[in-house]
Write a protein that binds this ligand. Structure first.
Ligand code: ZN
Length: 233
C-alpha cells in the first residue's frame, strides 16, 4: 500500500503555490498596464505643443503689425510732407497708404482670432492639468497598493517553495515523477480523495470492485473515469 498522505500534502502545497503564482502574474501585468494617467499626460503634452505653436504665431503676427504700423507712419509722413509734387505720384502714394491700412486691419483681425484661440487652449490646458494631477495621484496610490501586494505574494512564495521542495524529497522520486507528469493534464488536481465511495475529482461513484482494488492495492490506483490517483483520506 502506497502512503499517499505525503503526496496529497504536496499537492495542497503545489495548488497553493499555483494560486499565488497566478495572483503574482496578474499583479505584475496590472503594474505594467498604462493607466488613464498615461493617456492624460500625452494629451496634455499635445495641448502644450499646440499652445506653443499658437504663441509663435502670435509673436509673428505682432511683429508684422509693428512693421506695418511703422510703414504706415512713414507713408503718412511722406504724404503730408509736401515732398510729393506730381498728382500721379500722390495717387500712387495714397494707394500704397490705403493698402497698408487694409493689411493692418487684416492682421489685427487675425491677431484677435488668435488671442481667442489661445485663451480657449489655455482654459483646456488648465483643465487637462487638473485632471492629470488627480489621475496621477490615483495611479501612484494604485501602484503602491499593487507593489505591496506583489511583495506580499513574493514573500509567501519564498516560504512555500522550499517547504514544497523538502516535502517532495520525502516522497519516493518515481511517485513524485508520476504525480508531476499527471499534474499538467489535471490542472494540478492529480490526487482525488475517496469520500462516500465517490472519486472527489470527477464526482463519479466508484464500483465495489474499484473500492476493493484501492484498499488492497500495493501500487497507485487511478480512477477509471478521470484517471486521478485515488486516495482514502
Ligand atoms: Zn475520478
Amino acid at each position: 500500500m502506497v502512503d499517499l498522505e505525503q503526496l496529497y500534502l504536496l499537492q495542497q502545497l503545489d495548488l497553493k503555490i499555483d494560486g499565488l503564482t497566478t495572483s503574482l502574474d496578474a499583479v505584475r501585468s496590472k503594474l505594467n498596464i498604462d493607466g488613464p494617467a498615461v493617456t492624460a499626460r500625452a494629451r496634455v503634452a499635445t495641448l502644450e505643443a499646440h499652445i506653443e505653436s499658437l504663441y509663435a504665431r502670435r509673436r509673428a503676427s505682432e511683429r508684422s503689425l509693428t512693421e506695418l504700423n511703422d510703414k504706415l507712419t512713414a507713408e503718412d509722413t511722406r504724404l503730408y510732407s509736401g515732398s510729393i509734387t506730381s498728382t500721379k505720384e500722390m495717387q500712387a502714394a495714397q494707394e500704397e497708404h490705403d493698402f497698408t491700412k487694409e493689411q493692418i486691419g487684416k492682421t489685427e483681425e487675425g491677431l484677435l482670432a488668435l488671442m481667442v484661440g489661445i485663451e480657449e487652449a489655455e482654459t483646456t490646458l488648465t483643465k487637462g492639468h487638473k485632471i492629470l494631477e488627480t489621475l496621477e495621484a490615483q495611479a501612484d496610490q494604485q501602484t503602491a497598493e499593487l507593489a505591496e501586494e506583489e511583495s506580499s505574494l513574493v514573500n509567501q512564495l519564498k516560504v512555500l517553495t522550499p517547504e514544497r521542495d523538502s516535502s517532495a524529497k520525502q516522497i519516493d522520486s518515481k511517485l513524485v515523477y508520476r504525480y508531476e507528469t499527471l499534474r499538467k493534464s489535471k490542472n494540478g488536481h492529480v490526487i482525488a480523495k475517496v469520500e462516500r465511495e465517490m472519486c472527489q475529482g470527477c464526482r463519479i461513484k466508484l464500483t465495489t470492485s474499484e473500492l476493493q482494488r484501492i484498499q488492497m492495492a500495493t501500487d497507485l490506483v487511478q480512477c477509471d473515469s478521470c484517471h486521478r490517483i485515488l486516495y482514502f483520506g
